[in-house]
Design a protein around this ligand. Structure first.
Ligand code: AMP
Length: 567
């Protein structure tokens, strides 16, 4: 039989393994099951066969129907394409049922979904596909303005991918239709599906972390730890076949997969996939499906709900776990949710690399409104370190949040040099977030106090400044450029570009710079939303661009721009 990537050993596949002693400890504690992620998902689906697994605008799916569809897709995929077990498959799919079927189908086919987003441009997909060695792409033809098939044609023409599967639209020459894959897999024997051959410590799924210039940061999520991550989340929130989970963000993002899709499917719960996070859609879905849980509500979505007059008349009493996360929450928003909508807020912190923190439901408001709570797993370990050093800050001081545990990666995929700085010598991941440890009512919990990484958190979508800066520097009129966060009352932050022009160049605007960056293949959500032209960029005393000075500059300009209150 041909050797496939499934047979690769850990080192050859560019993985940093969990040290044997840790793996043994996690297994002995009953956290790691020893099974693969698809094996756990299949077992749960068989147990809950007649329950409703999934609700989308098109209809609802029982576990039996969903599992049958995923098996059929898994069996058809290697028949209709050249994709084989172990292959990585890029996704550009929105919140539709086909995404869930294709994701599960890839896992059952022993393939590795790469959780790229439909918002990603051709350049981003190319860089990531090369990095993980992906040969396949599954796309949603009717997503957005219907541009994904055109993007896929150019990826095929450039030899970036070899196989494209088109869902929800006509397949073009050299691509294959989702329905054709599905039809081809009809009648195949489930026992023959290759996921049985995956090893529990092999990569199940690739999640994304950093930008896509330079070396991309890809989080390789392993079968055993990713399954545990999802099971632990469902367990912490007591999900069961009566639980209805409403999820409004992109389902293929790590948060979607590990806070909603997988935990729901592992616990027999019902997942309602919202096609968008606008307040009207959410209010309708809350009325129609009566979810008890929204496992990730960005502060911006909470603010829009508060501002929508229809919220006051809606019956929101079903919502028991309204969990805000992804971004710093202003305590006033939590108070307004309590006072105006009767919603009791919980908070969570999480990331593609693993570690989740969550405030206990019964904790005081001091904990729920002002901290992100405690780690999800009893085996999670947290250290608050002096940035760049291995020493802990004095207890109660702010330092870098560094984490290790049974579902936190030990290294980025194929990034040995980067891993030297991103992890401590003893395997703690340096999150780049600043945090403080508190003890409140006897509970040890953490608050997020800022960040040292150069990232803009735009309504929980992350924009890596260096990625946008590298592309801005390609513009012939740009002599120097920096991207910084500017505060925004709803999204939290937006990107502001400071640009030094080449002498004699035409000034750049948000529109002209944006058009250039889109042309470079940058996703739209990463475009700068304000451009400040400047003679030079301020420097720190070690000669680096002072982002702090730029942030202060834009903050003061925004304050100046605010019209004075009318008397
Ligand atoms: P991602 O990997 O895209 O999920 O992003 C993870 C990052 O989002 C973290 O490292 C933080 O910078 C940020 N983040 C997530 N949750 C929170 C939160 N509750 N408060 C503040 N920042 C958060």
């Amino acid at each position: 039989m041909d050797r496939t990537p499934l047979d690769d050993d850990v080192a050859a596949a560019g993985l940093v393994p969990y040290p044997a002693a840790f793996a043994a400890r996690y297994r002995a504690a009953g956290l790691w099951s020893g099974q693969t992620l698809p094996a756990e998902l299949v077992a749960a689906a068989e147990t809950h066969a007649e329950q409703t697994a999934l609700i989308t605008p098109e209809g609802s799916w029982t576990y039996r129907r969903l599992l049958d569809a995923a098996r059929q897709f898994a069996a058809g995929l290697p028949e209709k394409t050249s994709l084989r077990p172990g292959d990585a498959v890029m996704f550009q799919m929105g919140n539709v049922a086909e995404t869930v079927v294709a994701y599960l189908g890839c896992l059952l086919a022993g393939m590795r979904p790469v959780c790229t987003l439909p918002q990603h441009g051709v350049r981003e997909i190319s860089v990531l596909a090369r990095h993980v060695g992906a040969r396949g792409l599954i796309l949603q033809a009717d997503f957005g303005r219907g541009h994904l098939p055109d993007n896929a044609r150019s990826l095929l023409a450039d030899g970036i991918v070899e196989d494209v599967v088109v869902a929800r639209g006509a397949a073009f020459a050299s691509a294959v239709g989702y329905d054709e894959v599905f039809a081809r897999g009809a009648g195949a024997a489930p026992q023959a599906l290759p996921y049985h051959r995956c090893g529990p410590q092999q990569v199940a799924v690739f999640q994304l972390s950093g930008g896509t210039t330079g070396l991309p940061k890809v989080a390789p999520r392993l079968h055993v730890e990713y399954a545990y991550n999802s099971r632990a989340w469902a367990g912490k929130l007591d999900w069961n076949p009566g639980t209805v989970v409403l999820y409004p963000l992109p389902i293929m993002h790590n948060a979607g997969v590990s806070l909603a899709l997988q935990p729901a499917l592992l616990s027999g719960a019902t997942l309602v996939l919202a096609p968008s996070a606008d307040s009207g859609t959410l209010l309708e879905l809350i009325e129609a499906t009566r979810p008890q849980v929204m496992p990730l509500v960005p502060p911006a979505v909470a603010i829009r709900l508060l501002e929508d007059p229809r919220s006051k008349d809606a019956d929101l009493s079903c919502l028991k776990d309204f969990i805000i996360g992804g971004q710093k929450l202003a305590p006033e928003i939590a108070e307004r949710l309590r006072d105006e909508l009767g919603i009791s807020v919980r908070q969570k912190f999480g990331m593609a690399e693993g570690m989740f923190l969550l405030t206990p439901a019964e904790a005081s408001e001091q904990v729920r409104h002002h901290t992100v709570g405690e780690p999800l797993s009893p085996a999670d370990e947290i250290r608050i370190l002096i940035p760049g050093a291995e020493d802990e800050v004095p207890d109660g001081d702010v330092g870098e949040l560094c984490v290790r545990g049974p579902y936190t990666i030990r290294g980025y995929y194929r990034a040995p040099q980067h891993n030297l700085h991103a992890f401590t010598a003893d395997g703690f991941y340096r999150t780049g977030d600043l945090a403080r440890r508190h003890v409140i009512d006897g509970l040890t919990c953490y608050s997020i106090e800022g960040r040292i990484k150069d990232v803009i958190n735009r309504g929980v979508e992350k924009i890596h400044a260096d990625e946008v800066e590298d592309l801005m520097m390609r513009h012939p009129a740009v002599s120097n450029a920096a991207l910084v966060a500017m505060p925004d009352p709803v999204l939290g932050e937006r990107g502001c570009a400071y640009v030094v022009l080449e002498p004699g160049s035409q000034p750049l605007t948000v529109r002209t710079l944006g058009a250039f960056l889109l042309d470079q293949g940058l996703a739209k959500y990463k475009l700068p939303e304000r451009v400040e032209l400047t003679a030079d960029l301020p420097l720190t005393n070690v000669g680096k661009v002072s982002k702090k000075a730029l942030r202060e500059d834009i903050e003061s300009k925004l304050l100046r721009d605010v019209p004075p209150p009318r008397s």
